[in-house]
Design a binder for this molecule. Structure first.
Ligand SMILES: [Ca+2]
Ligand SMILES: [Ca+2]
Length: 360
């Protein structure tokens, strides 16, 4: 464990300025630059320092919604904000993009991942209800993701396709707090395709192809779609530094069976969503239960990504899925682990979790 000791001091979340929308969408994809371990550790230290200084200052109220969002989504500062401030800033986002939020009703601002000894720890998250499906969404701060894993040493568990670690800057996005459930599926589509029909309506829908998952999103409206791999990994990490760290949400391979629905016999099937602790973004079952379709084609990490979303659209026969399932081991449920299926595949251990960017 001496190998990982320096990492433990680095679990403070990174701060990153969300790129201003409008400029980002006009940018051409840039090739992914590998990041050396020493480099990102140094960057991280510098950012932590800047963060500490920034959080000493009171968050400024700015009338321009874009600036307000930048404040909102600088992660460390966001974590330090009170529920009222997060609510105020979310209001600004909603006012800036009224059509983007139509049908997404803000329910509350809730703090997730607080330590019992420090109720102000964790993240204050604006929670939305998507009215047509009944699914709840977390408004996830955009920011800097060190995507991938370079976990080496005696307990190395990563796969080559998780390398190199590279930076992806994400715009803020909404992501469902749970996998799409059978109930949510049925509120939008007539036929429930699930294999485990004996389960309750709170089971995740499974046995849906990539096409069918997209069809559900389109029918459910409000520009829902599938998260990109980068968005999924960012949401899964929920402030942990990257997919290599020794963090229950960041790593996964040390997950226990009381933390996620993993390592079951396949006949046991998935379970109702929300049976395990949510992460610091208020998101359930990113690890395990069922694999989750992502928007991306499977492509290597040195290929360019779309600015703001991290989408990879390289040529491939396969679509990516993330997070492992009830039949997988903890290793497969790691944040950085990538798996892929043919887009037409239907599996009783494969479903999805809808998401959407905040389109201005
Ligand atoms: Ca899952
Ligand atoms: Ca893998």
């Amino acid at each position: 464990m001496t190998k990982t000791t320096p990492h433990l001091g680095l679990l403070l979340p990174l701060m990153a300025f969300a790129v201003a929308r409008g400029t980002s969408s006009a940018m051409a994809p840039e090739p992914a630059e590998p990041v050396q371990e020493e480099e990102w550790m140094r960057e991280r230290k510098e950012r932590s320092q800047r963060n500490r200084e920034a959080t000493k200052r009171k968050p400024e109220r700015r009338t321009a919604p874009t600036r307000a969002l930048q404040i909102l989504y600088e992660r460390d500062e966001y974590a330090a904000l009170g529920e009222e401030q997060v609510g105020d800033l979310a209001s600004l986002a909603e006012a800036a993009w009224p059509t983007g939020f139509a049908g997404m009703r803000r329910l509350r601002v809730e703090r997730f991942g607080s330590q019992p000894t420090n109720p102000r720890s964790g993240y204050a998250i604006a929670v939305y209800l998507h009215e047509p499906s009944g699914l709840e969404f977390s408004l996830v701060p955009g920011g800097l993701l060190y995507m991938g894993s370079s976990d080496r040493g005696s307990d190395r568990v990563g796969d080559p396709d998780e390398e190199p670690i590279h930076r992806v800057v994400l715009d803020p996005f909404l992501i469902a707090r749970t996998e799409c459930t059978r109930a949510a599926w049925r509120r939008v589509m007539e036929v429930d395709p699930s294999y485990f029909v004996s389960g309750s309506e709170a089971y995740p829908v499974e046995s849906v192809s990539h096409f069918e998952a997209l069809e559900w999103c389109k029918t459910a409206g409000m520009d829902l779609g599938l998260p990109t791999e980068a968005q999924w990994e960012y949401a899964c990490l929920a402030g942990a530094r990257d997919g290599s760290g020794n963090h229950p949400y960041g790593l996964g391979y040390k997950l226990k069976t009381d933390q996620a629905r993993i390592a079951m016999d396949w006949t046991d099937g998935p379970t109702e969503v929300r049976q395990y602790e949510p992460n610091r973004f208020g998101i359930f079952d990113v690890h395990g239960n069922i694999w989750e379709w992502c928007a991306d084609w499977r492509s290597p990490y040195y290929e360019a990504v779309e600015p703001g979303t991290g989408l990879r659209s390289g040529k491939s026969l396969y679509r990516v899925a993330r997070g492992g399932s009830f039949i997988e081991t903890a290793r497969e449920a790691r944040a950085a682990n990538r798996y892929a299926f043919l887009p037409g595949d239907r599996r009783s251990y494969l479903g999805f979790r809808p998401a959407r960017v905040l389109t201005p």
